[in-house]
Design a protein around this ligand. Structure first.
Ligand code: FMN
Length: 409
């Protein structure tokens, strides 16, 4: 097996020093000059320096190419909740065991590790796409059971095994494989008048290949109104819940030093802020309430208001481990196809986070009922929610941990 390579930083421009919390006001671009007190200050662009971003350039580096490590290097670039990167890999020549790193949980935001398992599914999809390009056949076996039975929040929990067989020669990579380093969550405002291209939307209409996973789309009418209101109300509920918002905020990285120290978690650069608001958010010590209210305003007035299309992914049992990973695989496929088609995507999972929160506290079923109204049946349990559109602002990469920190003996 190849030695785990040391990654070097990719060359890029300056980064902002900033304090951050979830969300801020308004919309905007990526680079601008802001007049302030007679001075002209350059706001940050999408530039991403430092080792925390190096895995984006090195996922198919010759140092890993053709080895099982190439699959891991692709896996760690996947979407995952709050950029917690909740995965560990045990790599052998014939297989890679994928573990949930339960210590990297989101606490009250994901009390049953449901979102964590969706994130693992996203990584599995990238690994499956990377296998043939690196000369492997890959068969993925997910561990059955319910996330409700995972009580330990400290150690690794086996979630899946990727069984590898050597191909006679590497196969031509798919377009989805090539899109792996270009896929980023885009939280900027979209253009409401420009629906995503029909060809991409048709890929959504194609069967997922798993009869236990269904997609529900909302562009206008009562369904869309119901979708928007449940996301807005769930956002209000989260910012009013001290434990939830604290467990969310805990992962935000305020400046370059934090980004390089943790190499995980959302940053100001990916918050979808206008240049002015990004600058202000970085410069001013705002009270938490102001930041949380700003997240609500951004969700309602920018992200939902500007989105021509929204959707839910639903399963029969949102707490089934295999189903959660299947949803992650589907989301990753959808997002890679979107990156290829110039479509911007952002998950908006607040309603399902409230379903989990109520369940963990033994409270009522308001969110469950509102989501069932959108899927048309309590038998289709929404477990993932998103918006889609066309956006003039490219999304930035988020940090990633060193490959060596995700590999266990
Ligand atoms: C299960 C899951 C839940 C997520 N929920 C949200 C969400 O509610 N809001 C949001 O803006 N992004 C959400 N995301 C996107 C992640 O924050 C994002 O994938 C992560 O920060 C890594 O960034 P990247 O996708 O740009 O690589 C979610 C992703 C996953 C897989």
């Amino acid at each position: 097996m190849a030695e785990i390579p040391t990654f070097h930083p990719v060359a890029a421009g300056p980064a902002c020093r900033a304090s951050t919390r979830r969300g801020f006001l308004g919309a905007g671009g990526t680079t601008v000059f802001v007049a302030s007190g007679g001075l002209i200050t350059a706001a940050c662009s999408v530039a991403r320096p430092g080792p925390a971003y190096a895995p984006w350039a090195l996922w198919n580096d010759p140092a890993v190419r053709g080895s099982p490590l190439a699959l891991v290097a692709a896996g760690v670039l996947a979407a995952n909740p709050h950029d917690t990167q909740p995965w560990l890999f045990h790599v052998q020549e014939g297989s890679i065991e994928v573990f949930a790193d339960t210590s990297r949980n989101l606490g009250a935001m994901d009390p049953f590790l449901r979102e964590m398992h969706i994130g693992l599914g996203c990584a599995l999809e990238n690994m499956a796409l990377a296998a043939p390009a690196n000369g492997y056949g890959a068969e993925i076996e997910t561990i059955p059971g319910s996330v409700l039975d995972l009580k330990d929040r400290h150690g690794p929990a086996h979630a899946a095994t990727v069984r590898l067989t050597r191909l006679e020669s590497p196969q031509s990579p798919s377009s989805a494989y090539h899109a792996i380093p270009r896929r980023h969550t885009n939280r900027f405002p979209y253009d409401r008048r420009r629906p995503p291209p029909r060809a991409w939307r048709d890929t959504l209409a194609a069967p997922s290949g798993d009869p236990g996973v269904r997609l529900f789309l909302f562009d206008e009418g009562a369904g869309r109104t119901g979708y928007d209101s449940v996301v807005i109300d769930a956002t209000k509920a989260i910012i009013s819940d001290a434990a939830m918002i604290a467990d969310s905020d805990r992962w935000f990285r305020g400046d370059d030093a934090e980004i390089e120290k943790y190499r995980s978690g959302p940053t100001l650069a990916v918050a979808g802020l206008s240049p002015m608001n990004r600058l202000l958010a970085g410069a001013l010590p705002l009270p938490p309430k102001v930041k949380h209210d700003a997240w609500l305003a951004q969700t309602r007035d920018s992200q939902l208001a500007s989105a021509p299309l929204t959707g839910l992914i639903a399963v029969r049992d949102r707490y089934d481990r295999a189903a959660a990973m299947a949803v992650g695989r589907l989301w990753q496929r959808i997002h890679l196809a979107a990156a290829d088609a110039g479509v911007a995507l952002q998950p908006l999972n607040q309603p399902m986070e409230m379903v989990d929160r109520d369940r963990s506290l033994g409270r009522g079923d308001e969110w469950e009922r509102r989501l069932a109204a959108l899927t048309g049946s309590p038998d289709w349990q929404a477990t993932f929610s998103f918006r889609a559109g066309v956006c003039s602002h490219p999304a930035s990469a988020s940090p990633r941990r060193a490959l060596s920190d995700t590999i266990i003996a």
